[in-house]
Write a protein that binds this ligand. Structure first.
Ligand SMILES: N[C@@H](CCC(=O)N[C@@H](CS)C(=O)NCC(=O)O)C(=O)O
Length: 224
């Protein structure tokens, strides 16, 4: 743990209720027991103060005292480093691999987003092939043990968890089990969704808001 930056500053996370990248940071904050405030914005109507703060105009943004951080993977490593019980492997090679899989998981989240917003059955099927291709690679790497790397929860798990929140919502709302062919990922998802930090990482009416968002986006999931 880095002594200079113990989590004794005011921490505020700028969020959008449905953003999976923000959710990663919320999971990390909650799991590490860090006090923080959350401020929600509407991404369809970004406030000027937010645009001034966020270099890419994206959430999450973390305000740490007067300092501003962006990019969920960077935010999470910072939060991890200023608190005890690191969620990053100490071995340089394993750490580099986890960083690479965190980036990969961002691409999987994007592929999941594309699938969720397909407007026609044909589009849905094409996009699902792309998502499944990415999931197959993850499936073959996922450990049989508790978490992605093995016995210990790591930042790569906090990066993957939002995928499972959305797969669970799709299953519950639209009776589609998109993880049916991926047993190891399914088991990993169940373990992650059982963690209190993951359960509390989204708003209580998440499924309702998610369904509404997909309906507005004319998703085929909603009209099917
Ligand atoms: N690579 C970024 C991705 C963040 C991202 O794409 N956030 C989305 C919401 S989920 C966003 O703010 N989009 C606003 C926009 O692109 O205008 C991260 O990991 O933090």
């Amino acid at each position: 743990m880095h002594e200079t930056y113990q989590a004794n500053q005011t921490i505020e996370l700028i969020s959008f209720k449905l953003c999976p990248f923000v959710q990663r940071s919320v999971i990390t904050l909650l799991h590490k027991g860090i006090d923080f405030n959350i401020q929600y914005i509407d991404l369809a109507n970004k406030p000027d103060w937010f645009l001034a703060l966020s270099p890419l105009g994206k959430v999450p943004v973390l305000k740490y005292g007067e300092e501003v951080l962006f990019e969920s993977a960077v935010i999470n490593e910072f939060l991890d480093e200023i608190t005890a019980d690191s969620l990053m492997p100490s071995d340089p090679l394993q750490k580099a691999k986890d960083r690479a899989w965190i980036e990969y998981s961002s691409q999987v989240l994007m592929a999941q987003y594309q699938v969720s917003l397909a407007k026609t059955p044909a589009d849905f099927d094409t996009r699902l092939l792309g998502l499944n291709d990415k999931l197959s690679r993850l499936e073959s790497l996922t450990s049989e043990h508790a978490y992605f790397n093995g016995a210990n929860l790591a930042l790569v798990d906090t990066a993957l968890a939002p995928l499972f929140t959305r797969f669970a919502a799709i299953k519950q709302l639209f009776a589609k089990d998109l993880l049916a062919d991926f047993p190891r990922l399914k088991a990993l998802g169940e373990r992650l969704l059982a963690l209190p930090a993951v359960q509390k990482s989204v708003v209580e009416d998440f499924n309702q808001l998610y369904a509404e968002y997909l309906r507005k986006g004319e998703s085929v999931l909603v009209s099917a």
